[in-house]
Design a protein around this ligand. Structure first.
Ligand SMILES: NC(=O)c1ccc[n+]([C@@H]2O[C@H](COP(=O)([O-])OP(=O)(O)OC[C@H]3O[C@@H](n4cnc5c(N)ncnc54)[C@H](OP(=O)(O)O)[C@@H]3O)[C@@H](O)[C@H]2O)c1
Length: 332
């Protein structure tokens, strides 16, 4: 069943940004397959989101070996959508995957060792049916494996054509700088760092963003909506089917506290004054910094995706707006 034909306007719909000093371009809003694309999801639902995303110029799709559940299911599901029409556009797509979190039993089933990284990308290629990934990430720093081994494996993965670019995720600024230098010495530059960054998670402002700007490395900001907390999703309670309502989810109902609600309501009012939704303002706020190449969002519907894409229409903030946002974030 190969029935999908992409919209001819797809490349006008979402602007792209160059990833650091590289020749890789990412859409300002990318789509991650961590949630909503696993084994228990209906094909009709996730394929609709993926086709719609591509029609709207969301050319970057982000995976990891362990996305599911069960681990690997998101990569397998993407394979079905590629087969049903998306693979015709492979040269327009930027598809990333990662390895580092527990994936299979035994000492080589996780981490930053050579055996884990090389075996994992082969598994990911098989699950997706792809001939190569555009970006392969070391998903997290490994305190045991020497950095030289992780870097050597990343460089070999690129040299062998299994991925076009190397990236890192969740590395603190000092280690990130070491990897950037070591990869450069291997002749395989680190093009991107994927870090958790949102109005509610400001750690990258303590050194990481400056390091990446200095080194010409792009940043992809993951969980930019704090898993839905920086949207209107929870302003009137916890809806059924939402991430916070699902058992075993990474967002807990206990995070929807009265303090959170006052901050979110205040931010929502500030967004409305700018003519944006809270989600739109939260994404625009990140994208106002050119070091942030793309905001890597999740979506459980095409409507959410469309709402998030509206962020790109209004990225500038007045000093008064920025100050009001900081004040809202500081509320007890
Ligand atoms: N490198 C890493 O270690 C790492 C870690 C985590 C994530 N990631 C990557 O980052 C991607 C995004 O992470 P994330 O899913 O946490 O991102 P997010 O964009 O912060 O949260 C996505 C969730 O927010 C809700 N949402 C999104 N847009 C909305 C809207 N307009 N209105 C109302 N609710 C909205 C949806 O929740 P509902 O499901 O409730 O509708 C959606 O599933 C992942 O898929 C993955 O690719 C990487």
């Amino acid at each position: 069943m190969n029935t999908y034909t992409a919209s001819e306007q797809r490349h006008e719909a979402t602007p792209c940004r160059r990833c650091g000093n590289s020749g890789l371009f990412l859409p300002l809003v990318s789509l991650g397959l961590w949630h909503n694309f696993g084994g228990g999801e209906r094909y009709a639902r996730f394929s609709e989101i993926l086709f719609h995303a591509f029609d709207r110029g969301v050319t970057h799709l982000d995976l990891a070996n362990n996305y599911g559940p069960p681990p690997g299911a998101a990569e397998e599901n993407l394979r079905c959508v590629l087969r049903d029409g998306l693979e015709r556009y492979r040269d327009e797509l930027v598809i990333s995957t990662k390895a580092g979190y527990p994936m299979w039993p035994g000492p080589h089933g996780s981490g930053g060792g050579r055996k884990h990284l090389l075996a994992s990308i082969d598994q990911s290629l098989k699950r997706t049916g792809l001939e190569y990934f555009d970006i392969f990430y070391s998903h997290r720093p490994d305190p045991v494996t020497p950095l030289e081994e992780t870097v050597g494996a990343l460089a070999d993965i690129v040299r062998r054509g299994k991925a076009l670019h190397a990236g890192i995720s969740n590395y603190e600024p000092g280690r990130a700088k070491q990897v950037i230098d070591m990869l450069r010495a291997e002749g395989v530059p680190c093009v991107v760092h994927q870090a958790r960054y949102s109005m509610f998670e400001r750690t990258p402002e303590r050194g990481l963003l400056d390091t990446l700007a200095r080194e010409g490395v792009g940043m992809v900001a993951f969980s930019p909506l704090a898993q839905g907390l920086l949207t209107d999703r929870y302003l009137d309670g916890i809806p059924e089917g939402s991430r916070a309502s699902r058992p075993g989810g990474f967002l807990k109902p206990g995070q929807v506290t009265p303090g959170y609600l006052s901050r979110a309501r205040r931010l929502n009012a500030l967004a409305a004054a700018r003519g944006q939704s809270l989600a739109g303002m939260a994404l625009a706020w990140l994208l106002r910094n050119p070091v942030v190449t793309s905001v890597l969002t999740g979506a459980s519907s095409t409507a959410q995706l469309d709402e998030n894409l509206k962020a790109t229409r209004h990225l500038d903030f007045t000093p008064a707006e920025l100050a009001a946002i900081e004040e809202a974030l500081d509320m007890p």
